[in-house]
Design a protein around this ligand. Structure first.
Ligand code: URA
Length: 211
């Protein structure tokens, strides 16, 4: 079974079409990223463990299912991943947030890690790594390497992005086959500057208005 989940719900596709428009302003871009992230977060939490509890309604006693207190962490890859944190926290308000600072060297196009700060008990948590764009997969894999080095089981990591491409998906699947990937769109390909086509441009610049 493939570990790639493309969340192509009509509402998600509609919002993604708006997000790609080069004329969309910063505020609307940010709002849409949050909204789309919530749809992705809904899917990524689909298999959270549940437990049964006794509830008394105004009419009778009943047994119902609630989430079994799974410890979660959301790990945005800076800077663009920050744009997806609020959407995830809307669904998982008690989750801890760890940050992974990464920038892309514009000559080598290789990611460089400059910051890594996670909750102390990160190895006991399910970690949802978020980054809007899965391009070469270099940043995501470096983030996974850093988490695994701190004792996180790859099976406890999930990766969520807005736009992916075949090159990035292949790299992740070859190197981290146990990590489930959730994306709102699988685009055509990378260009020579490692931007996704058709894509949406530089997600960080569009989120923070630094174009
Ligand atoms: N990062 C982006 O922000 N956009 C791309 O297309 C690829 C990487």
């Amino acid at each position: 079974m493939s570990n790639l989940h493309i969340i192509d719900h009509p509402l998600v596709q509609h919002k993604m079409a708006m997000l790609r428009d080069k004329d969309l302003g910063t505020k609307d871009f940010r709002d849409l990223v949050n909204e789309i992230t919530m749809f992705l977060g809904y899917e990524v939490t689909r298999d959270l463990p549940q437990e049964e509890v006794e509830i008394e309604t105004p009419l009778m006693k009943t047994t119902q299912k609630v989430i079994a207190g799974k410890k979660l962490a959301i790990a945005p890859i800076l800077r663009a991943g920050l744009g997806m944190v609020d959407g995830m926290l809307m669904l998982m308000p008690a989750a801890k947030v760890g940050h992974i600072g990464m920038y892309r060297d514009h000559e080598s196009l290789e990611p460089q890690e400059y910051f890594f700060k996670m909750p102390n008990d990160i190895s006991e948590r399910q970690v949802i790594v978020v980054d809007p764009m899965l391009a070469t997969g270099g940043s995501a894999m470096m983030a996974f390497d850093s988490l695994v080095k701190r004792g996180v089981d790859p099976k406890q990591i999930k990766f969520v992005c807005l736009v992916s491409c075949p090159e990035g998906v292949k790299a992740l699947q070859e190197n981290y086959p146990d990590i489930e990937i959730y994306t709102a769109a699988l685009d055509e390909k990378l260009n020579e500057d490692a931007y996704i086509l058709p894509g949406l441009g530089d997600a960080g610049d569009r989120l923070f208005g630094t174009l």
